[in-house]
Design a protein around this ligand. Structure first.
Ligand SMILES: NC(=O)c1ccc[n+]([C@@H]2O[C@H](COP(=O)([O-])OP(=O)(O)OC[C@H]3O[C@@H](n4cnc5c(N)ncnc54)[C@H](OP(=O)(O)O)[C@@H]3O)[C@@H](O)[C@H]2O)c1
Length: 229
């Protein structure tokens, strides 16, 4: 079974030039980040955290049985989402989520679960680790994987987005279908539907960019919310 250092080695080709010096011993990559002596904000500043979700008109990512309905599976949005994942050095999501394109197995990922103490190898996906944030903080988990910079794509579901709202998103790509309502469904954030997704993002220091229509016929558009400087 692959080890954590195997995982770090897989991440190595994606990490930035500062860690890829010629002759750099690989063991360098396995060192934990200097947590917390550099200051959390300084270290977090080297990782860009971006969220991706497509929601119904009423802010749901799935129906009341936690199924992603066909109406939320829109090709133009999937392409937008997958382009984002292709630029990320790490994908993070809960145990009931995962993209299913041909490259999915190749992407490095952390899968949230309570079933491990801190980090554990996934039984079938060699590029995936199980992660319990109660046992090891996010930055330390990244450090254990040899990840020090780049974009992290957070892809849900509800409580995973809730956790990263508190850690701080640098950007959140919120797609919406104007055709679908999912009353009683699985909300994009724990605060929905008491608050709208937009109010939640605004309340966490993000500001809306322009609306980009992804599929006019399907009524699907995306707005990227960015952290205020
Ligand atoms: N529309 C969209 O953009 C979108 C995005 C994401 C997902 N979805 C859909 O939404 C549905 C799943 O969403 P979901 O919110 O129910 O599931 P999820 O977040 O994918 O998975 C929930 C599981 O993740 C683990 N988990 C979550 N937060 C945790 C934490 N803080 N600490 C430890 N473990 C944690 C737990 O696993 P354990 O039970 O193992 O402890 C929990 O049962 C699926 O149908 C998926 O396809 C849609």
């Amino acid at each position: 079974m692959p080890s954590l250092s195997h995982f770090a080695a897989l991440i190595e080709p994606s990490i930035g030039a500062s860690a890829k010096r010629v002759g750099q011993p690989l063991s360098f990559l396995y060192q934990p980040l200097a947590w917390p002596t550099q200051g959390v904000e300084q270290v977090l500043g080297q990782l860009c955290i971006e969220g991706y979700a497509i929601v119904s008109l009423d802010g749901m990512i799935a129906d009341s049985r936690r199924r992603m309905v066909d109406g939320l599976k829109v090709e133009a949005d999937s392409q937008y989402f997958l382009r984002g994942l292709d630029q990320a050095v790490l994908v993070v999501h809960g145990r009931h989520s995962q993209e299913d394109d041909a490259k999915a197995e190749q992407r490095r990922r952390l899968i949230l679960t309570h079933s491990v103490a801190d980090l554990g190898q996934h039984p079938t996906l060699p590029n995936a680790l199980f992660w319990n944030p109660a046992g090891i903080p996010f930055l330390e988990a990244c450090g254990r994987c040899g990840l020090i910079e780049g974009t992290v794509a957070v892809t849900g579901g509800t409580n995973v987005f809730g956790l990263f709202l508190e850690l701080g998103f640098d950007a959140f790509h919120l797609s919406r279908s104007a055709r679908i309502r999912l009353p009683g469904g699985r909300p994009v954030f724990p605060q929905v539907p008491t608050q709208t997704p937009e109010d939640v993002l605004k309340g966490h220091g993000l500001m809306a960019g322009p609306v980009e229509v992804l599929d006019a016929q399907a009524g699907v558009s995306v707005v990227t919310w960015m952290r205020q400087p």
